[in-house]
Design a protein around this ligand. Structure first.
Ligand SMILES: O=C(O)CCC(=O)c1ccccc1C(=O)O
Ligand SMILES: [Mg+2]
Length: 353
């Protein structure tokens, strides 16, 4: 006798334009195109939501994501949830979508907020977040930083690396002058610099009190990043994590900080394991989105809430979108994301809208 399949999985495409394209050293992000995932349990009609939002260079392509979701759908309809997760294979964004929908469903049926499903018995009200400022002109960067600080942000992350190092130093200096000494400033070069450029940038950034520089060198460079450490600005790897994994980074002593992107790692469950391992190795994790819709963003916020003592995280990216999948359950207040305490993700009405 064969067991009746326990779940159904549906998915639909979406396209979310940004209000202004996010300019980075590795390209411009103008819209986020992905799939909303809904998993339904036949026995009681319980549902969970997930989001698969591929980003070229970070995940599988849009096309491969759709193909992986198709395989997951076929597998969950004929087999079971575990095999459906396996059927997405290497497609990290698709795996993110399927695993998030399952986790939302499970946590909701247990009447537990998602972060407590990952970290039972914890109670977390808020997680600190940074604002994300694209690589634009000095004036635009200063205006964006001022506006964020006026709205309560205590940390601004500036994208850098599209112009000369001297111009970036000047730009970051002008932002520092505008926001004053009390605001944390970070820079993210998305792998744009040569070693010598990174050395000059870091020397000046130390002076301007930039706390972290993310991915100054290309993803392949581990030794170079190791050598950049200890000069007054913490070195964070982001692309480098996907390229090398935690153990190689630790072995090469290549990072003070590692950025965790659940969409690029294949889901919150995997991101949780990676984060726990990073923290165990005395590297500081921070959680960031890939500029996702409200479902994935809220998932990343729950992940951040499940990890103690995180620095400001790159979760305030909903502000960059001109449209979203539904109402945002995560309020931003005084530089922190207020963690939803409703069951599951706490995202409502996304399938209907
Ligand atoms: O960390 C943040 O502030 C937001 C996320 C972010 O910067 C980002 C968004 C999409 C793709 C890459 C990156 C990145 O951190 O490099
Ligand atoms: Mg980065």
């Amino acid at each position: 006798m064969t067991d009746e399949p326990a779940f159904d999985l549906e998915y639909r495409p979406f396209s979310l334009p940004l209000t202004t394209p996010l300019e980075t050293a590795s390209g411009s992000i103008g819209s986020r195109d992905g799939f909303l995932v809904r998993i339904t349990r036949h026995s009681d009609g319980a549902v969970g939501y997930g989001e698969a939002t591929p980003l070229p260079g970070w995940t599988e392509s849009h096309e491969n994501c759709a193909a992986a979701l198709e395989r997951a759908q076929r597998t969950i309809r004929t087999r079971n949830a575990r095999e459906a997760l396996a059927a997405v294979d290497e497609a990290v964004a698709a795996r993110h979508g399927v695993s998030l929908a399952l986790a939302d469903l499970e946590a909701s049926s247990e009447s537990t907020p998602l972060y407590r499903y990952f970290s039972p018995n914890s109670l977390v009200a808020r997680v600190p977040v940074n604002t994300t400022i694209g690589d634009r002109s000095v004036d635009e960067s200063v205006t964006a930083a001022r506006r964020a600080v006026d709205r309560g942000f205590g940390c601004c992350k500036l994208k850098v690396g599209r112009r000369s190092v001297d111009e970036d130093i000047e730009r970051v200096r002008r932002v520092r002058e505008a926001v004053g000494p009390g605001v944390e400033l970070r820079a993210d070069a998305n792998g744009a610099w040569s070693y010598d450029e990174a050395v000059s940038a870091i020397e000046a950034f130390a002076d301007i009190d930039v706390s972290i520089v993310e991915q100054p060198l290309p993803a392949g460079a581990l030794e170079g990043h190791a050598e950049l450490r200890g000069n007054g600005v913490a070195i964070a790897l982001d692309e480098g994590l996907l390229e090398h994994g935690v153990d190689a980074i630790c072995e090469a002593q290549a990072a003070d900080v590692v950025a965790i992107k659940p969409m690029a790692l294949g889901g919150l469950d995997i991101a949780q394991q990676v984060t726990a391992w990073i923290a165990e190795l005395d590297i500081t994790p921070l959680v960031t989105t890939t500029i996702d819709g409200v479902v994935a963003r809220t998932g990343a916020t729950h992940l951040a809430a499940s990890i103690p003592n995180l620095p400001a995280c790159g979760l305030a990216t909903g502000e960059l979108l001109a449209e979203d999948l539904g109402r945002d359950p995560v309020l931003l207040e005084n530089g922190s994301a207020v963690v939803p305490q409703a069951k599951g993700l706490g995202v409502e009405g996304v399938w209907e809208e």
